[in-house]
Design a protein around this ligand. Structure first.
Ligand code: AMP
Length: 233
């Protein structure tokens, strides 16, 4: 039996981490359209250049290109028994394409998991997050022990000031993802999520396959809820 899972959630909801756990347990690969598009950076053909321009501008890639890339990925051998879709579908047109495409294969979307997170928590998870060289992660709001955080005024006095962090012991400067460093950019991504995902939530809900998971819990608790939700599909 195949298993097609759509994973939805605002940035910071823990989609990537939970997708890895689903991948391990159910033996189906995670397919992230963002990753597929980013992987095209090494190509120089016309399509790859077009996608790079679109991504650099912060727009969405057009539906035909996106759908074609997903169909191509779903045709690969490791996807024969299903996939976890992350970042796709992003709108109703893509959702309808996916549905028709799976129907041709005699399959369907079995579950749409919405990792629900309060938007202010989502903001703080992204804005406060810093990472050390060894991969350990800290957060200004949630996990700041052993870290010296410092607010530094922006060159143009823009608000909020920049958040710098270093390990208290060694002085190692901690890194932030470039796309997390700007409060404006985080808010824009949250806005885009609200705009594009809300209609999809209704779409999957109407089909009776939406499962809402509280993402404001420990990783283990979220994972338990996901396993419980998937056991019913
Ligand atoms: P993500 O990593 O999911 O935030 O995606 C990064 C970028 O890839 C987006 O800003 C879009 O330009 C593009 N992208 C990813 N998924 C889609 C999609 N389903 N439809 C259109 N564009 C997408």
């Amino acid at each position: 039996m195949s298993l097609y899972v759509v994973l939805m959630g605002v940035q910071g909801a823990g989609k990537g981490l939970q997708a890895k756990l689903i991948e391990e347990r159910y033996g189906i690969p995670q397919v992230s359209t963002g990753d597929l598009f980013r992987a095209m950076r090494t190509r120089s053909d016309l399509l790859a250049r077009k996608v790079q321009d679109i991504m650099a501008s912060g727009q969405l890639v057009d539906d035909d290109t996106t759908n074609a890339i997903v169909a191509d990925r779903l045709a690969q051998a490791d996807a024969a028994n299903g996939v976890i879709l992350d970042g796709y579908p992003r709108n109703a047109i893509q959702a309808a394409f996916l549905e028709a495409h799976l129907r041709e294969k005699g399959a369907r979307v079995n579950a749409a998991l919405l990792l629900e997170l309060d938007l202010y928590v989502a903001f703080k998870r992204a804005f406060g997050r810093v990472t050390a060289e060894d991969g350990s992660s800290y957060n200004y709001y949630y996990n700041a022990d052993g870290v010296d955080f410092r607010w530094t005024a922006q060159a143009d006095e823009a608000f909020p000031p920049r958040l710098d962090a270093a390990l208290a012991d060694s002085g190692e400067a901690l890194k932030r993802r470039p796309d997390d460093a700007s409060a404006d950019a985080i808010i824009k991504r949250i806005d885009t999520f609200l705009e594009t995902t809300q209609p999809l939530i209704s779409y999957f809900e109407a089909k009776g396959i939406l499962r809402t998971i509280d993402a404001d819990q420990s990783i283990d608790a979220v994972w338990s809820d996901i396993k419980r939700a998937l056991s019913t599909v």
